[in-house]
Design a protein around this ligand. Structure first.
Ligand code: ZN
Ligand code: ZN
Ligand code: FE
Length: 755
């Protein structure tokens, strides 16, 4: 009989791991202890080598559903004799404390309990150690009820008995509650309110059925819901949501209902049913009204994840509801009940609240499957604040993130903790969300900033926040170029730390030459990069108007590559904006008024969308490229010409080829496909040249443009066929939401290298 210390790392806290070990040890008649420490769960056990092996096997096989074991290390230590097995509270909750679990969708056992347990019959906030809210209700660590927004609810005798019973599924389930002691739902409608759950769901169901919108409090924020099958209702919702142009996500009753509206691969099926329950972008079967996805060929679908969602679908006769975040224009999703009750009656027939506070806002996460792998577009509920592990020490590094689609990041130990999706830092509410969340994360993760990593752009609000913080704390700032941060983010995502060929394609990011980059090929490591090739610069005028008005990019490309030809082409759709406007704008370009040089892939896609008439004005970020992707026709392999001149990739021939296809009245879908093929080919050609020059075979792809499934799969397929090692994102978004990870990784590497 020896004594062993077993350390288990990964997502092992807040997911019922200690009770699991306790029960397992009991069944194996082992003596010892189990405890949570900053760097994982620690087991001390008296056993021999053979039953130790058995114990480890069982831990691996039977671990709680939502845990994720990354590493098990075993060490034989000096003998300690234990009698019995116990869970002990750690004295050493040090500054290195990690792992706060993301919110977890309600589990099957709880759904069964909702019908079987007398004190939880129909209880819409039922949960257990395997499921329920976590991040959204947590105020501090250690994760204990008193540190959550459940603190005000005193457990009844029954709940408290379950909470203390090691054999119960609710042993130490911090948000445990029931009909008699827990928070409850209330529906507010017609100046009345009702908090009997059967009334709440039946009234909501009636309102939805008659075509009304209902505001519903969710795990990490409010949603607006309505019948997804009634075109007029959906359109009205768009109008009342400040003419929202973005596609609406939907929620389906079950996976069979998902099957009816979207094409589901095995991987998509797995992700959509996972405990994280993100919204998954599926290729649409065209069953829903056009206004749901606003004309795109994809539909964002989620399955129910709160007990209330299941109760509501029991009442509803329909299978699919619109399920969109309840926010006003670009503000963060509403979490305050007061604000919900004050504002939502303007656009919803009822507001459904529950009286437990949402402390940390967490929007729905959005994913799509690219090349068979989960690819995150928005990382929030169910994912945040899970850390990303790096090969370098990150302690004390704050990554301020980007301006749009912001997430920030904190370095702890050798991990990076990314905030939930914050959003576009261009209004006071979002900036406030950013600064508040930074304070909260700092407290929760006992974070003391030592270095601040930020974008080169001086005008980003995240940049000015970072500058302020650095001055206040008298600490240094590490500047990280936008596209280098993208590549570093993807390297960190794949735990790479060496020289690679990086391709960063996105809309905008400030370059080291003062121009606006976004079609970037670099030889990079985590410390630094060399800009080895880029898309040719094009002069565009308009500053902030360039993104929302793709026609500006369109005319700019035409002006550069086709000159006066545009005046002769009567059928050119882009002329719809008016010939006078066009000649005025060309004057601005030629006289270089309010212009910048752009190399962004986003601008090129904007230009093609505008020239083909697919999108002249864009009502949300990246609408034009999304619309172009949306009309792709499968089975077209042709591509347009392009040229690599020195270190520049020029699309001059592409644009003139497109003009001649337009003259031949080729459909936009075909032109879009051929254009996508062209961009893919140019990227592959660029990589081949750089690989020949440098001898590097590892290729890292990042930037928002890679959210384009067709383009990404095309590039990955072609490269993989030629013995390249292609690295793509999987834990964080390739868009600016993943930028902060790259900023931290660069600063961390530079610190180690004394760069
Ligand atoms: Zn459960
Ligand atoms: Zn109770
Ligand atoms: Fe970017």
């Amino acid at each position: 009989m020896n004594t062993y210390r077993i350390q288990i790392e990964g997502l092992v806290q807040g997911v019922g791991f200690r009770p699991f070990i306790y029960r397992l040890a009991g069944s194996l008649k082992l003596c010892g202890t189990v405890e949570n420490r900053n760097n994982g769960v620690f087991i001390f056990v008296n056993t021999d080598a053979k039953s130790l092996e058995n114990l480890i096997e069982r831990i691996k096989d039977q671990a709680p559903q939502h845990s994720r074991i990354e590493k098990i290390s075993v060490e034989k230590i000096e003998d300690i004799r234990f009698s019995g097995f116990s869970i002990i509270t750690s004295g050493n909750v040090s500054d290195d404390i990690t792992s706060i679990s993301p919110d977890i969708a309600v589990c099957a056992d709880c759904l069964a309990d909702m019908e079987l347990q007398a004190h939880r019959r129909g209880y819409p906030l039922i949960n257990c150690t395997n499921c329920g809210p976590r991040f959204s209700i947590i105020k501090g660590v250690p994760y204990d009820r008193s540190m959550t927004t459940m603190a005000g609810f005193e457990m009844c005798v029954k709940c408290s008995k379950e909470y203390k019973d090691i054999s119960d599924r609710r042993f130490h389930a911090q948000p445990v509650a029931c009909n008699s002691c827990g928070p409850f739902y209330t529906i507010h409608y017609n100046n009345r309110n009702d908090n009997r759950i059967s009334h709440v769901t039946s009234i909501a169901s009636l309102l939805i059925t008659e075509g009304s919108v209902v505001a519903l409090k969710g795990t990490g924020g409010y949603h607006l819901i309505c019948d997804a099958n009634i075109e007029k209702t959906v359109e009205n919702l768009r109008i009342s949501k400040a003419r929202e142009g973005k596609p609406f996500a939907v929620m389906c009753r079950d996976i069979y209902a998902v099957d009816k509206i979207g094409f589901l691969s095995d991987e998509e099926r797995e992700i959509i049913t996972s405990w994280r329950r993100p919204v998954v972008l599926l290729e649409s079967k065209g069953q829903l009204p056009l206004s749901v996805s606003n004309g795109l060929n994809t539909v964002g679908v989620a399955l129910p994840y709160m007990p209330f969602h299941y109760l509501l679908f029991k009442e509803l006769k329909i299978d699919t509801i619109v399920f969109t975040s309840a926010n006003f224009s670009d503000e963060p999703v509403v979490i305050s009940d007061d604000k919900a009750l004050a504002e939502f009656p303007k656009l919803a027939a009822a507001v459904i609240t529950y009286n437990r506070e949402i402390y940390n806002r967490a929007d729905d996460s959005v994913c799509r499957v690219i090349k068979g792998n989960e690819f995150i577009i928005r990382r929030s509920r169910g994912y945040a604040p899970s850390p990303v592990k790096l090969a370098v020490k990150t302690e004390g590094i704050f990554g301020a993130g980007a301006e749009l689609t912001n997430c920030f990041a904190l370095g702890k130990g050798n991990q990076v903790i990314l905030s939930q999706h914050i959003g576009d830092l261009k209004n006071a509410e979002t900036l406030d969300f950013y600064t508040t969340s930074f304070k909260r994360f700092s407290k929760m993760f006992r974070f003391n900033p030592e270095i601040i990593a930020k974008d080169l752009h001086p005008d980003y609000l995240s940049s000015s926040f970072a500058e302020q913080l650095a001055t206040e704390l008298k600490i240094s700032i590490e500047h990280v170029q936008h596209h280098h941060a993208h590549i570093a983010s993807c390297m960190a995502d794949n735990r790479l730390n060496e020289k690679v060929i990086g391709v960063a394609l996105d809309g905008v990011g400030l370059g080291t030459d003062g121009n606006i980059w976004g079609g970037e090929f670099m030889i990079a490591d985590l410390c630094n990069f060399e800009r080895a090739m880029h898309f040719e610069y094009v002069t565009i005028s308009g500053g902030d108007k360039v993104s929302p008005e793709p026609w500006r990019s369109g005319i700019s490309y035409l002006n550069k590559y086709a000159g006066d030809a545009i005046t002769g082409m009567n059928t050119l759709k882009i002329r719809e904006i008016g010939m006078e406007k066009i000649s005025l704008y060309r004057n601005l370009l030629n006289k270089e008024i309010n212009t910048c040089q752009y190399s962004g892939a986003g601008r090129l896609f904007d230009a093609v969308a505008a020239i083909t008439g697919v999108c002249l004005y864009s009502s949300y970020q990246a609408e034009a490229p999304m619309r172009l992707e949306s009309i792709i026709k499968q089975g077209i392999s042709r591509s347009y010409d392009f040229e690599i001149r020195g270190n520049e990739i020029s699309f001059e021939k592409t644009i003139t080829d497109i003009l001649s296809d337009l003259e031949k009245e080729k459909p936009a879908g075909e032109i879009s496909t051929v254009f996508h093929n062209t961009v893919a080919r140019s990227v592959v050609e660029g990589i081949k040249i750089l690989s020949r020059m440098s001898g590097i075979r590892k290729v890292v792809l990042s930037g928002g443009t890679f959210q384009n499934k067709y383009l990404s799969e095309k590039i990955i397929n072609e490269l993989s066929g030629e013995n390249y090692f292609v690295y793509f994102h999987n834990q964080v978004p390739s868009n600016d939401g993943g930028l902060a990870l790259g900023q931290v990784a660069v600063a961390a590497a530079r610190r180690v290298a004394n760069y």
